[in-house]
Design a protein around this ligand. Structure first.
Ligand SMILES: NC(=O)c1ccc[n+]([C@@H]2O[C@H](COP(=O)([O-])OP(=O)(O)OC[C@H]3O[C@@H](n4cnc5c(N)ncnc54)[C@H](O)[C@@H]3O)[C@@H](O)[C@H]2O)c1
Length: 308
């Protein structure tokens, strides 16, 4: 299949581009190296790795604008391009609005044809403070990030109702493992413990996540991209609940050093509990997030240490 993977220099998009190329697909990898959330250094390293695949064509393009540099038609578009990160969304609204909403409209209007399957990466943040139920749970986002990602979903559903756009929406729950974005908590925590630097715990540390290991996440997204469109929403989540305090203990043990912790008040809009119900994606596609938290975090620590 001919597949466009957007955000292909990013944490998750780069993994999807590699995985789809390994599966024999013709991949067009697109990114613009947006550096509003974190530096471009990791993205450039991810981008370089894509060069090893003859099946991947790399295109640098701002997907909010003119798309002439991209081929006209694709069997599948996997949209992993976005402005992620919850906290920055209080101060960078224009970037969230354009990269999470306008970009979706631009792709659909100009590169999605009748036969194209549009796979949108969404987030548990659309559910709000607690994301503990199934896909029918009410969406009550508590941050501009969650609002713009939900608006992206709604736009796709509107195009589906009115123009028959074929799609699948995947709500990802905290992805971790090698390659994790440097602005994310575990990445910062590992670096702080290794360097003997202070790590700030926002709130009581009892906020919990059912993290998804990156290879499990990339694997199921790639599989869904190969299936016909469902026109449905699916949660994609690990199934092990881990509090921030638990994660600190596990990482301390793995690194062999104690964390230097400072406690600050909880941040506005942050999620308290995420625990994604995954029966739907399991039943439809056999999703089995096999990697335990301990195993996944060990791999992430090894990866971060290898970069030092
Ligand atoms: N990482 C997680 O834990 C997580 C959790 C839930 C949902 N998601 C979703 O998964 C997707 C990927 O997230 P990620 O963690 O890999 O983020 P990331 O920032 O590493 O990757 C996003 C990529 O999109 C690119 N991009 C942004 N705007 C663009 C534009 N206008 N034109 C071209 N490229 C553009 C960026 O340069 C970046 O390389 C996002 O949709 C995010 O909302 C991620």
């Amino acid at each position: 299949m001919k597949i466009l993977v957007t955000g292909a220099a990013g944490f998750i998009g780069s993994g999807i581009a590699r995985e789809l190329a390994k599966r024999g697909h013709e991949v067009v990898a697109a990114d613009m190296f947006l550096d509003r959330l974190y530096s471009n250094e990791p993205k450039l390293a991810n981008w370089e790795q894509l060069s090893a695949f003859a099946k991947i064509e790399k295109v640098v393009v701002d997907l909010r604008g003119e798309l002439d540099v991209l081929p006209d038609e694709f069997d599948v578009v996997v949209n992993a391009a976005a402005m992620p990160g919850l906290m920055t969304s209080w101060s960078e609204f224009d970037t969230y609005m354009t990269c999470n909403i306008k970009l979706v409209e631009n792709l659909i209007a100009h590169r999605v044809r009748e036969k194209t399957h549009f796979v949108q990466l969404s987030t548990s943040s659309v559910y709000g403070v607690t994301a503990t139920g199934d896909e029918k749970s009410e969406c009550l986002p508590t941050s501009p990030y969650g609002v713009t990602k939900l608006a992206g979903e709604e736009l796709i559903r509107a195009y589906h109702r009115t123009h028959g756009i074929q799609h699948t929406i995947l709500r990802l729950f905290s992805v971790f493992g090698p390659g994790q974005r440097p602005d994310m908590a575990y990445h910062k925590l590992i670096n702080a413990i290794v360097a003997g630097e202070q790590f700030i715990v926002f709130g009581d540390g009892l906020q919990s996540r059912t993290n998804t290991f990156v290879d499990d996440c990339v694997g199921i997204i790639s599989t869904i991209a190969e299936f016909p469109a469902t026109n449905e929403v699916f949660n994609v989540s690990g199934n092990e609940s881990v509090t921030l305090n638990d994660a600190i203990s596990v990482i301390e043990q793995e690194v062999g050093k104690s964390a230097l912790l400072k406690h600050n008040p909880a941040r506005k809009g942050d999620q308290r509990t995420t625990s994604g119900a995954t029966e739907k994606v399991r039943a439809a596609f056999g999703f089995d997030p096999a990697t335990s938290f301990n195993e996944g975090i060990r791999k992430q620590i090894e990866w971060q240490l290898s970069k030092k």
